[in-house]
Design a protein around this ligand. Structure first.
Ligand SMILES: Nc1ncnc2c1ncn2[C@@H]1O[C@H](COP(=O)(O)OP(=O)(O)O)[C@@H](O)[C@H]1O
Ligand SMILES: [Mg+2]
Length: 347
């Protein structure tokens, strides 16, 4: 980063709420939106880590907490060369994630990460899948419906997975999400509608390895080495998915036996295709600066995009940082590079 800059690390207080807590709250107050930043397995909040990394590179860094209308209006007056945008919600409502970026655009405040269009597209998983298909990117066949109103239906085969159409952090995804019969499927669709007031996304279940690809950049994005979440040691009978047990339930077998690490054993040609697919998905949705594409790779080497994550979890133990380290960037360099790439957009 050039010279000494003033950098505001912007976050939203429901970042403190873990997805399981969010889910419990939703059950209590159905329909009430409660947001929360993807905090998969995090020990320390990524905003603390990002602030420290920015300070370590010699810049002036400070927090701006976006907690209410007052702090929103104060944001219009902050003096900052760059906003490091870690928000994923506004006023606890994660459907307003894109609005925060749009507000920063209106203020002409330079900020890191995706713009409102990409945040909006990625949040609606069914819509994102339609865009992937248009671009020839393979994604599981699916149906999407909201309380009996069908949006889209492919010719589907069991087993399938039923999930909320616009959540993250595996909220609403657990061992019961993988269904083998019409009865199980209908029951899970009802659960999604009841607990999340969201369309249900019903996808063919893709048996295969769970691969995450970090991507950096904008015009000419670069795919980092693929990282695998090894699900092979999950207890017998549990579906091999990164459900909420795997991401959140510390102390359980599901949590303890699953780890993310660079997938060193993938053939070179497959790595190349995985990275090309990730770049295509990143570009198709218009992600910027940094992102993470979640994929499944079948034993035959078929690559399916499960979802695209703009502004993904950015702690040192996150998959993005693991991948960046394998590509020769330590954590401070990764954070610095994201800030640099954002700044160059406004130069
Ligand atoms: N079609 C699918 N086939 C196999 N596994 C899936 C499929 N969809 C989701 N999963 C599993 O569920 C996990 C969470 O799904 P995802 O759509 O990425 O939700 P989130 O946005 O909460 O991370 C994935 O990482 C994967 O393990
Ligand atoms: Mg995911």
């Amino acid at each position: 980063m050039p010279g000494k800059l003033k950098i505001a690390v912007l976050y939203e207080p429901s970042d403190n709420v873990t997805p399981p807590e969010r889910e419990r709250r939703r059950r209590r107050e159905k329909g009430a939106p409660v947001g929360g930043r993807k905090r998969e397995r995090r020990a320390k909040l990524d905003r603390d880590e990002v602030l420290e990394a920015v300070r370590a590179s010699g810049h002036d860094a400070f927090f701006h907490e976006l907690k209410d209308e007052k702090s929103l209006l104060e944001l219009a007056r902050i003096e900052a060369d760059l906003v490091f945008n870690l928000t994923e919600a506004y006023a606890g409502d994660d459907s307003k994630e894109a609005h925060v970026a749009a507000f920063l655009d209106l203020l002409a405040l330079p900020y890191t990460g995706a713009g409102p269009q990409a945040l909006f597209l990625a949040q609606d998983k069914a819509l994102a899948k339609k865009v992937f298909t248009f671009h020839g990117i393979r994604t599981p066949n699916f149906a999407s419906s909201y309380r009996g109103k069908v949006d889209h239906v492919d010719d589907l085969q069991f087993p399938m997975i039923v999930k909320p159409g616009s959540e993250d952090g595996s909220v609403g995804i657990d061992a019961g999400s993988v269904v083998k019969t019409v009865k199980e499927m209908m029951e899970r669709i009802a659960i999604v509608h009841e607990h999340f007031d969201s369309p249900a996304l019903i996808e063919e279940f893709i048996e295969g390895r769970e691969i995450y690809v970090g991507v950096l950049g904008s015009d000419k994005p670069e795919a980092l080495p693929p990282v695998e979440l090894d699900l092979s040691k999950l207890p017998k009978g549990m579906p091999r998915i990164a459900g909420k047990e795997v991401k959140w339930e510390k102390g359980t077998a599901a949590y303890d036996v699953t780890r993310s690490a660079v997938a060193h054993d993938l053939p070179e040609e497959l790595v190349r295709r995985i990275q090309e697919t990730a770049l295509a998905a990143y570009t198709a949705l218009g992600l910027r600066d940094y992102g993470r594409i979640d994929l499944r790779v079948t034993p035959k080497g078929e690559i399916y995009v499960i979802e695209a994550n703009p502004n993904p979890w950015l702690a040192p133990e996150a998959e993005l940082a693991i991948a960046a380290a394998a590509a020769g960037r330590n954590y401070a360099r990764l954070v610095g590079e994201i800030a640099d790439r954002a700044l160059s957009r406004y130069a």
